[in-house]
Design a protein. Structure first.
Length: 461
């Protein structure tokens, strides 16, 4: 054997023996890695590739990096980890992949390995992740405390003082702008407002359980309330299991897979007891993980069967209203102005990536919007591309997030819409942030599609 061959084999052995490489070998699905045909169809759908033009910033490139590490020909160095972190996890690559590569699963498996063996976050990022993902979102009582703290800040005069004194200027510009568009927080969620059971209006056509979420229930409480009332209006008895908790999506996307699995198991137990026809989500990001609980727990002998049964019942609220709801009651109602006359409004719709790419229900909100009279719907160019929110991506990857958002707003402005509708809280905040950055708050608003429908269907009867 030549000296060169010996040197190469030694380097490969050294790479293969690193803790992260070994963990990735155990964690990643090698069949999925080898399924990638390197055709490049994913590149046109990938936001980070479109922004950078770098092969390594595309799904094809990231899969090649993963495989190189698992095969022992590349060290999982800082650049490798940065590329895994830079991915938005929008999964727009999956619908266009001719080989049906489950890129989202590979990304989650890789991030799980990185977190366990080689996490090197900046101090503030690590503190933020630990505080939110491990010690806040999984606990309903702590979310209530968080909501109470935010409400105190918003209502007590602290917000006015913080803005007036200029203390907020110590924050990055995008964080200052985000503070301006944060919704009114609440210490009471949907259960405190409506109870754990809300009957159908008229003869019930089925029973559904609502997934209320963690962030949704303290920052978008009104949307949760409107979701229950719309389901009731459409003919469903609505059950809201009290023992449910955070879905685990943010944890799974951030590499905290063990915590995501624990949260999933608690939810499965909570919703099993409800014995309902469907489990309804009003957040595309939550729904995408809920519908993949079967994959998340596929190797758990105790929960695999129950997880599959759970996942089969999951529907987005728009999807359920459209496909199963008593739509004639919804079809004839429209917005009115103060004089009782029809009030035409121009709207556009920004896809929730996970609703479209994972739940495969991206057009359901559009079809519901079309059923409301006096609406001028204008399709946004690139509506199916990510807005840059990506869970907490806009906090930990602000530069790329704002770059994606600014390009998104170029298309939003072209629609001349009064309302930008979406189906996910992260997207909603991100689009509102984009409106603030463009100084369009007096002309345009971002609104959850549930609230848009509720205003025209429930409050105008």
């Amino acid at each position: 054997m030549s000296t060169t061959e010996t040197s190469i084999k030694s380097k490969v052995a050294a790479v293969s023996s690193t803790p992260l490489a070994e963990r990735m070998k155990l964690t990643l699905n090698y069949d999925e890695l080898t399924n990638c045909m390197r055709c490049g169809f994913c590149q046109a759908a990938c936001p980070t590739f479109q922004e950078t033009g770098y092969e390594a910033a595309s799904p094809r490139g990231r899969i090649a990096l993963m495989k190189a590490v698992v095969d022992g020909v590349m060290e999982p160095d800082k650049m490798f980890q940065e590329q895994m972190d830079l991915c938005l996890g929008c999964r727009a690559c999956e619908p266009v992949c001719p080989a049906d590569v489950k890129y989202g699963h590979l990304l989650e498996q890789t991030r799980d390995a990185i977190e366990e063996k080689a996490a090197e976050h900046r101090v503030w990022v690590k503190a933020l992740r630990t505080t939110l993902l491990k010690h806040t979102f999984p606990f309903q009582k702590r979310m209530r405390i968080l909501g109470g703290g935010m409400k105190l800040y918003q209502k007590s005069g602290l917000r006015w003082l913080a803005r007036k004194s200029g203390v907020l200027k110590i924050l990055p510009v995008h964080m200052q702008q985000l503070e301006k568009v944060m919704p009114e927080a609440s210490t009471k969620g949907v259960v405190e407002h409506l109870g754990t059971f809300y009957p159908a209006k008229g003869n019930p056509i089925g029973t559904v359980a609502m997934f209320r979420g963690c962030i949704m229930d303290v920052m978008f409480t009104e949307t949760n309330i409107n979701t229950v009332k719309l389901l009731s209006e459409a003919g469903f008895d609505v059950v809201i299991p009290e023992t449910q908790n955070c879905c685990g999506a943010l944890q799974a996307h951030s590499g905290e897979m063990d915590l995501a699995k624990d949260l999933a198991k608690k939810n499965i137990r909570a919703f099993e007891a409800a014995q309902v026809d469907y489990i309804v989500s009003n957040a595309g990001g939550c729904g995408a993980l809920l519908i993949e609980y079967d994959h998340l727990l596929h190797d758990d002998p105790e929960y695999a069967k129950a997880a599959k049964h759970f996942a089969e019942k999951v529907r987005d609220v728009s999807q359920l209203l459209l496909e199963k709801g008593n739509l004639p009651a919804l079809n004839l109602l429209s917005g009115k102005n103060d004089n009782g006359q029809s009030k035409p409004v121009t709207v556009t719709y920004q896809n929730s990536c996970h609703l479209k790419n994972v739940m495969k229900a991206g057009n359901a909100p559009r079809h519901l919007i079309a059923k409301v009279a006096d609406v001028n719907f204008v399709e946004m160019t690139g509506a199916d591309s990510c807005c840059g929110s990506g869970g907490i991506y806009n906090l930990v990857q602000p530069e790329m997030s704002m770059q994606v958002l600014d390009h998104k707003m170029e298309h939003a402005k072209e629609t001349n819409a009064h309302l930008v509708l979406t189906s996910n809280p992260g997207c909603l905040l991100q689009m509102q942030l984009g409106i603030e950055r463009e100084q369009l708050s007096d002309k345009m608003q971002a609104v959850h599609v549930v609230d848009f429908l509720a205003e025209r269907i429930l409050e105008k009867q």
